[in-house]
Design a protein around this ligand. Structure first.
Ligand code: SAM
Length: 227
C-alpha cells in the first residue's frame, strides 16, 4: 500500500519496466511494483547509509532479494549500462537537488539519456522542468496530488524537444491547462498566503514599495492562470 504521492508516481511506471529508484529510502515504490508484478526487477539507489539500511530491511521483509538490489551510490551512479535501466524515478526531494543529480549524470556519463523519467520534486518544480527541456527531454504528462497540506507534482518526461514559456515552467504546461481541483487549491492557497503579506505591507503603508508591487503582480499572475 503506497501513499497517494507514491501511488501517483507508480502510475507512470510501465509494465515490465527496468526501474531505478534513486533516493529510494525504504524502497517502498520498487517493492510495491515488484509485489504487484508490474515489474520483475529494480534497483534502489541511496547515497546515505541509514536509508540504504531501510531499503535492505524492506527487501528482506518483502522477500525480494532476488529482484530488488539496493546500491549505495550518489545519484545515478547507482546505474551502470549493464543494468539496461529504462525508467528512472527520483521522488521526494527538492527540485534543485533533482536537477543537480540529473546534471551530474549528464556530465559524467557522456550525456546519457533514459527512455522514461518520473520526477517528483517536493518544491522548485520549475528548476526540474527547466533542466529537462534544456537537456533534450520533453514533458509528456504531469500530475498534482495533495497529501495533507502538501501538494506534490509529478513530471513524466521522455527524450525529445519541447519549448516551454515562463508560465509553463512555473505552473506546469499540462497542470496549468488542466487546472485540476488540487492545482486550484494549491495556487489559491498561495494567493491567500500572499494576500496576508500584502495586508501587512499595506498596514505599514508600503503600497508603493517594490515588494508590494512584486507580490501584487504575483497574485495577478496566479489569478490569470486560474481563470
Ligand atoms: N524516494 C522516496 C520517496 O519519495 O518517498 C524517499 C524520499 S526521501 C525524503 C529522499 C532520499 O533521497 C533520502 O533517503 C536521501 O538519502 C536520498 N538522497 C538525497 N540525495 C541523494 C543522492 N544524491 N543520491 C541518492 N540518494 C539521495
Amino acid at each position: 500500500h503506497l501513499s497517494p504521492r507514491l501511488q501517483a508516481v507508480s502510475n507512470y511506471v510501465k509494465p515490465k519496466a527496468s526501474l531505478a529508484d534513486i533516493g529510494s529510502d525504504h524502497a517502498y515504490l520498487p517493492a510495491f511494483l515488484l509485489s504487484q508484478k508490474v515489474i520483475s526487477h529494480a534497483i534502489a539507489g541511496e547515497v546515505a547509509l541509514g536509508p540504504l539500511e531501510n531499503a535492505r530491511r524492506e527487501i528482506v521483509a518483502a522477500g525480494l532479494q532476488g529482484s530488488l538490489i539496493a546500491r549505495q551510490a550518489n545519484g545515478l551512479d547507482a546505474i551502470t549500462s549493464a543494468d539496461h535501466v529504462d525508467t528512472v524515478v527520483i521522488a521526494g526531494m527538492g527540485g534543485l537537488l533533482i536537477a543537480d543529480i540529473m546534471e551530474r549524470d549528464f556530465k559524467t556519463h557522456n550525456q546519457r539519456q533514459f527512455p522514461y523519467l518520473i520526477l517528483q520534486p517536493n518544491n522548485n518544480e520549475r528548476a526540474v522542468r527547466k533542466w529537462l527541456i534544456e537537456h533534450h527531454y520533453c514533458l509528456m504528462s504531469e500530475t498534482i496530488v495533495q497529501e495533507d497540506e502538501h501538494y506534490y507534482e509529478i513530471i513524466y518526461a521522455v527524450p525529445g524537444h519541447q519549448e516551454l514559456d515562463l508560465l509553463d515552467l512555473k505552473y506546469g504546461p499540462y497542470l496549468r491547462r488542466e487546472r485540476s481541483e488540487a492545482f486550484q487549491r494549491k495556487w489559491n492557497g498561495e494567493v491567500k498566503r500572499i494576500n496576508l503579506i500584502l495586508g501587512r505591507l499595506a498596514q505599514a503603508e508600503k503600497e508603493d514599495s517594490t515588494p508590494y508591487r512584486q507580490w501584487a503582480a504575483e497574485v495577478r499572475q496566479i489569478q490569470g492562470v486560474l481563470q
